[in-house]
Design a binder for this molecule. Structure first.
Ligand code: GTP
Ligand code: MG
Length: 595
């Protein structure tokens, strides 16, 4: 199989150093914030040091610890439950080195009680009762490291979260609390890297260079508890051996015999995925409900992991998604306000039904995140640099080209970009500004470009146009319907209106204040301003613009002007009317009266 990515030799050796060196990767990390690759490398290392053991309850832990200590030094232990009909208990044990974890896995035996099923070696084990009353020698309780009981997937209970937000000192603190209590925790990230490792190890015999890489919200720092795991399976055979020195060595004269695939790239990928789907379904412990979605633009295999209580989307051909996650990770690291702000906006969008876990005609979390990043780029005092600036500051070692030639080169070292934000706005100010900004945004005519950090003319008639940062001829939000875009416009206006009155008039004695009012379901929300005054203004312009869109998209009903000067005049009249309407809507008088 072809490689999905080509890198410089330097980059290759760095990647291998981070991912495969038999020493702890902390040593490789720079003293400041870890880069995306360092973060990924560290998580992969931890996964290789870990095993997951199902136990009858957390009470089994001392005995498990005692038993498993024979394979190496246990550095940490976390207990979690997966709730099916009854609670299933698991302990994640972390050894000091991957070899120790491998020794523990290697010592496992097959379950002789099962009459069917092919025995498979994986980091997912089960701790059975000691036969014949034999028990390992006991350790003194103080020798056993504390067992942390954490949940790696369960979302914080709604009532508890609301109570927390209610008890905050202000909206600023509410935004921070929401982020702290809903973001994916350390265990959640570990579990996701273990799921990836399981796939990688399962095929390692035939594909020793294969890597199953988590990407998306599981690793970009924008994931919440319970988010799905996006996984890309890569077969980088041009990475050659695992020794970095080989990258510069004379090419080997021994070449693997390889089966040639005569079908085209896409159908070949679909066929391979079908095959991997079958393998996961038939042999991998914990993997269930395997679904193959092979006709999508990016074919995926979806499955549920029952030992991790996790939904997984496995792809083999979406490397730009992986690099996009790196960009989002970097944005999140650049300024401490970026992630809390995005969490509040995502939660707001979810609560008013703008987003939905299943894909459809509505805005996706990813597109919404792009809207937030763009907002932070275009501020008078920007909080984030443009992607264009990152690309400009790239060095040769930042060069990345996917198999299909998509250039994903941008500076990985943010210091080199020389960007410093002087923006001092608080989170509550930014939240309000976000809603106000998109209340005014001309979705009908303008496209959002994170590469440029400014709106561009819309190249087609999609309801919402967000230039795909890594494939600039594509629209990230192509799926969004006119109706959903309109709903977004209405909801951001409502949110701006609610939040403005909340900022001015916070009564913390009330049961519901600040963010809580923003998260109310629309039916229960305060009376919408657009039910009275605004809609008339909105409707006129909207009908106007909608008609224009319909005209343009349906050539049979479009007006054709014989004279180009007449067409230009009509267009400029329309533009002037639109901008007058907008000014009228935005005038302080109207905003007040609309309340
Ligand atoms: P949730 O799964 O909703 O928590 O968010 P997510 O960010 O993981 O989104 P999703 O699972 O839909 O997509 C996974 C990742 O793929 C995203 O984080 C992006 O990095 C990337 N991605 C998704 N859609 C696009 C796209 O249209 N273009 C590019 N370049 N990347 C995309
Ligand atoms: Mg995802």
């Amino acid at each position: 199989m072809n490689s999905l990515v080509r890198r410089s030799a330097h980059q290759l050796s760095r990647w291998r150093t981070l991912c495969t060196k038999p020493g702890a990767p902390e040593a490789a990390a720079s003293p400041g914030k870890p880069s995306y690759e360092e973060f990924i490398g560290h998580q992969q290392w931890q996964a290789r040091c870990s095993i997951v053991v199902q136990v009858s309850s957390e009470k089994s832990y001392p005995e498990l610890y005692n038993y498993c200590s024979r394979f190496g030094e246990i550095r940490g232990a976390q207990h979690y439950c997966v709730r099916q009909d009854e609670a299933l208990h698991y302990v994640l044990l972390e050894y000091a080195t991957p070899d120790e974890a491998a020794a523990a896995i290697g010592a496992g035996v097959t379950n002789g009680e099962l009459t069917s099923g092919v025995p498979v070696r994986s980091p997912f084990l089960w701790f059975r009762a000691a036969g014949g009353g034999r028990k390992s020698a006991k350790l003194a309780p103080n020798q056993v490291p504390q067992l942390l009981s954490i949940d790696g997937n369960r979302q914080v209970e709604q009532g508890h979260l609301l109570e927390l937000l209610r008890s905050a000192q202000g909206i600023e603190e509410q935004v921070q609390l929401l982020h702290e209590h809903t973001r994916l925790n350390e265990l959640g990230i570990r579990m996701r890297f273990l799921a990836a490792l399981q796939v990688e190890q399962a095929i390692a015999g035939m594909f020793p260079a294969a890597q199953a890489q988590p990407f998306g919200s599981s690793v970009n720092g924008f994931g919440r508890m319970g988010c799905d795991l996006d996984l890309i399976l890569r077969f980088d055979n041009d990475m050659g051996g695992r020794n970095p020195a080989e990258a510069t060595a004379e090419p080997s004269r021994l070449v693997y015999h390889t089966k040639e695939n005569l079908s085209n790239g896409r159908s070949q990928t679909q066929r391979h995925m079908e095959c991997f789907g079958d393998m996961l379904h038939l042999f991998l412990p914990g993997v269930c409900h395997v679904r193959r979605i092979l006709q999508a633009r990016v074919p995926i295999i979806k499955y549920h992991h029952e030992h991790l209580d996790l939904e997984v989307d496995l792809s083999m051909s979406n490397l730009t998604g992986f690099y996009m996650s790196e960009l989002l990770y970097m944005f999140g690291e650049m300024d401490a306000r970026v992630r809390p702000l995005t969490f509040s906006i995502r939660r707001w969008a979810q609560s008013c039904g703008l987003t939905n876990p299943s894909p459809g005609r509505w805005i996706s979390n990813f597109s919404l995140t792009c809207l937030v990043m763009f907002f932070l780029q275009q501020l008078r005092q920007p909080i984030l640099p443009t992607i264009g600036a990152l690309a400009k500051a790239a060095q040769p070692k930042d060069s990345r080209l996917t198999e299909d030639g998509i250039n994903c080169t941008f500076a990985r070292d943010v210091e080199r970009v020389g960007f410093r934000s002087r923006n001092q706005s608080s989170l509550s100010e930014l939240l309000l500004q976000f809603f106000e900004f998109y209340s005014q945004f001309d979705f009908h005519n303008r496209a959002i470009s994170l590469n440029e950090g400014r709106p561009l003319s819309k190249p087609d008639h999609s309801a919402m146009y967000i230039v795909n940062p890594l494939e600039q001829l594509l629209n990230v939000s192509k799926n969004v319907s006119l109706e959903e875009c309109e709903r977004l416009r209405i909801e951001v206006r409502n949110a701006a209106w609610i939040l403005e009155s909340e900022v001015e008039n916070v009564d913390r004695q009330e049961l519901s204040w600040g963010l809580l009012n923003l998260f109310k379901h629309p039916e229960k929300a305060v009376i919408r301003p657009n039910m009275f005054f605004k809609p008339r203004m909105v409707e006129v312009s909207d009908l106007f613009e909608e008609k224009q869109t319909k005209e343009a998209s349906n050539s049979s009903s479009a007006i054709t002007y014989k004279s180009s000067s007449v067409r230009q005049q009509v267009q400029s009249i329309k533009a002037a009317t639109r901008s007058e309407l907008k000014q009228l809507q935005n005038s302080p008088k109207n905003r007040r009266s609309s309340r």
